[in-house]
Write a protein that binds this ligand. Structure first.
Ligand SMILES: Cc1ncc(COP(=O)(O)O)c(C=O)c1O
Length: 446
C-alpha cells in the first residue's frame, strides 16, 4: 500500500516537473498521515529523484571519462621527472597497504637505510616528506628559521630566488649572495658573506637546474662551523648523480626529489637533518609554522629516534610512492653509488662532445662548474627554441626543455637522470636535436 502511495506522489512530481519547493509541499501533506519511518523512505525516494534530475541537467557524468586514459611512452630527457625503470613502475602498482601496517613500517625503514646511503650520512633524522622538492625546501626552512633569522642564500639561477621568496614568507631575513647566472659561487665569496652578515643559516643550491651549474661544496661546511652557522643544501637535481657526502662535508640539512636521479615518480622529498640542525629545531623559541612539516612530529611517524617509542599517526602518506621509492633505492644500491656517479659523468661527457660536434655551445663556460645531470646549451642565433622542443616531442616523443627563470629563451636543457643516463639515450637525444635544429632552421627561412 505504501508502495502505491509513494508511486502516486512520484508520478505526480514527474508529470508536473515541479521544483524541489513544490515536492516539499507534497511531502508535507503526506507527512501528516504516515508513520515516521514511512515518511523517511518517502523523503529519500523523492529527494533522490530530484537529485537525479538535477545531476542530469546540471552536472551530467562527463563523457570524457568514458574514453580510455591516454599515457604515451615518452623519453623524458628534460630536467625531470625522468623515466622510471620497469621494476619501479611495477612496484608502484602494488595494492594499497595502510600507512600504519607493519609492512609499511618495514618499507619506510628500508627507505631510511637507502637514503642514509645516498646522502652518505648516519643521521637518524633521515626521512621523507610527502610532497615534491619544493616541500623539501619548505621543510628545511620552516623548521630551521624563526622570524627575523638571517639566512644567506646563494643565487645563481632560479632556485636560490625561490628560497628567498620562501624565507620572506616565513618572516625570516634572507640575504642574497648573488652570482652571475651560469657561474658557481667561490669559497672566498661565501666566506665574505658569512663574515659580513653572520647568518644563522647558509643555503646553497648544489644543482642549479635552471642554469646547469654545479656548486662546489667541499670546504663550505667547515666555513659554516667556523662562523657558527648551519649549512643547508638543495640537491634536488643532483643527488645520486654526482658525489655528495653529507657527514664528511659537514652539511647540516639537505633535501632532494624522488623524480630525478633516484628514478622514482614525483611526489616525495627525501630529507636529512644532522645533529646541529636537530638541536636548533629542539631549542626553537617559537612554534614551527607548519603542521605537516613539523619534524618533531613527522620523525615519530618515521620512527627516526628511539625505536622503543611507538610510531604515531601524523598524516596519510602516499604509500604506493613509498613502494616505488624503495625499489628505486634498491636499484641504486645494487648498482653502487660510485658506479651511478660514473655512469652520469660518462653520459654527460658523451652529450657534451656530441653538442660540440653539432656546432653548438654549452652555456656554462667553466668546465668544472658544469652539472652532469642537467646540461644547458645555448640556443643558436636565429633559431626559435620552441620549434625545436616541439619538434622533438611531436616527431620523436622526446622531451627536452627550454630555459627556466633567467635562462628562458637562452638555452635548451637536457637532463641525464637515473635510468636515462646511458650512451644509447644520449645518442637518441642528440640525433633528435640535430633534426630539430634543421627543422627550425628551415622553418625560419620560410
Ligand atoms: C634545484 C631544484 N630545487 C628544487 C626543485 C623543485 O622540485 P619540485 O618540482 O619537485 O618541487 C627543482 C626542480 O626542478 C630543482 O631543480
Amino acid at each position: 500500500m505504501l508502495k502505491g502511495f509513494v508511486g502516486t506522489v512520484q508520478r505526480a512530481l514527474i508529470n508536473q516537473r515541479k521544483c524541489y519547493a513544490s515536492s516539499s509541499a507534497v511531502l508535507a501533506r503526506a507527512y501528516s498521515t504516515r508513520p515516521a519511518a514511512d515518511n523517511r523512505r518517502l523523503e529519500i525516494d523523492t529527494m533522490s529523484q530530484e537529485a537525479n534530475r538535477k545531476i542530469n541537467s546540471v552536472f551530467a557524468p562527463p563523457s570524457v571519462l568514458a574514453n580510455p586514459m591516454n599515457v604515451p611512452v615518452k623519453l623524458l630527457m628534460g630536467p625531470g621527472p625522468t623515466n622510471v625503470s620497469p621494476r619501479v613502475m611495477q612496484a608502484s602498482s602494488n595494492q594499497m597497504l595502510g600507512h600504519m601496517h607493519a609492512e609499511t613500517f618495514q618499507i619506510m625503514d628500508e627507505i631510511k637505510a637507502g637514503l642514509r646511503y645516498v646522502f652518505q650520512t648516519s643521521n637518524p633524522w633521515t626521512l621523507v616528506v610527502s610532497g615534491p622538492g619544493h616541500l623539501g625546501m619548505e621543510a628545511v626552512l620552516v623548521n630551521l628559521l624563526e622570524p627575523g633569522d638571517k639566512v644567506l642564500i646563494g643565487i645563481n639561477g632560479l632556485w636560490g630566488k625561490r628560497a628567498v621568496d620562501l624565507a620572506n614568507k616565513l618572516g625570516a631575513s634572507p640575504i642574497p649572495l648573488e652570482q652571475e647566472t651560469g657561474k658557481s659561487i667561490s669559497l672566498d665569496e661565501i666566506e665574505q658573506g658569512l663574515s659580513k652578515h653572520k647568518p644563522k643559516v647558509l643555503f646553497l643550491i648544489h644543482s642549479e637546474s635552471s642554469s646547469g651549474v654545479m656548486q662546489p661544496l667541499v670546504g663550505v661546511g667547515d666555513l659554516c662551523r667556523k662562523h657558527d652557522c648551519l649549512f643547508v643544501v638543495d640537491t634536488v637535481a643532483s643527488l645520486g648523480g654526482v658525489p655528495f657526502f653529507m657527514d664528511d662535508w659537514n652539511v647540516d640539512a639537505v633535501y632532494t626529489g624522488s623524480q630525478k636521479v633516484i628514478g622514482a615518480p614525483p611526489g616525495l622529498s627525501p630529507i636529512s637533518f644532522g645533529p646541529r640542525a636537530v638541536e636548533v629545531i629542539k631549542t626553537r623559541k617559537t612554534l614551527i609554522k607548519s603542521y605537516l612539516l613539523d619534524m618533531n612530529e613527522l620523525t615519530i611517524q618515521w620512527q627516526c629516534g628511539d625505536p622503543s617509542i611507538p610510531r604515531i599517526y601524523h598524516h596519510t602518506p602516499p604509500v604506493n610512492l613509498f613502494y616505488a621509492l624503495r625499489e628505486a633505492l634498491a636499484e641504486l644500491t645494487e648498482e653502487g653509488l660510485e658506479n651511478v656517479w660514473k655512469r652520469h659523468a660518462q653520459a654527460a661527457a658523451r652529450l657534451h662532445a656530441g653538442i660540440h660536434s653539432l656546432g653548438l655551445k654549452l652555456f656554462v663556460q667553466d668546465e668544472s662548474d658544469r652539472l652532469p645531470t642537467v646540461t644547458t646549451i645555448l640556443v643558436p642565433e636565429g633559431i626559435d627554441w620552441k620549434r625545436v622542443v616541439q619538434f622533438l616531442m611531436e616527431k620523436h616523443l622526446i622531451e627536452i626543455a627550454g630555459g627556466l627563470g633567467p635562462t628562458v629563451g637562452k638555452v635548451f636543457r637536457i637532463g641525464l637522470l637515473g635510468c636515462n643516463a646511458t650512451p644509447e639515450k644520449v645518442d637518441r637525444v642528440l640525433q633528435a636535436l640535430k633534426e630539430g635544429l634543421e627543422f627550425a632552421k628551415l622553418q625560419g627561412h620560410l
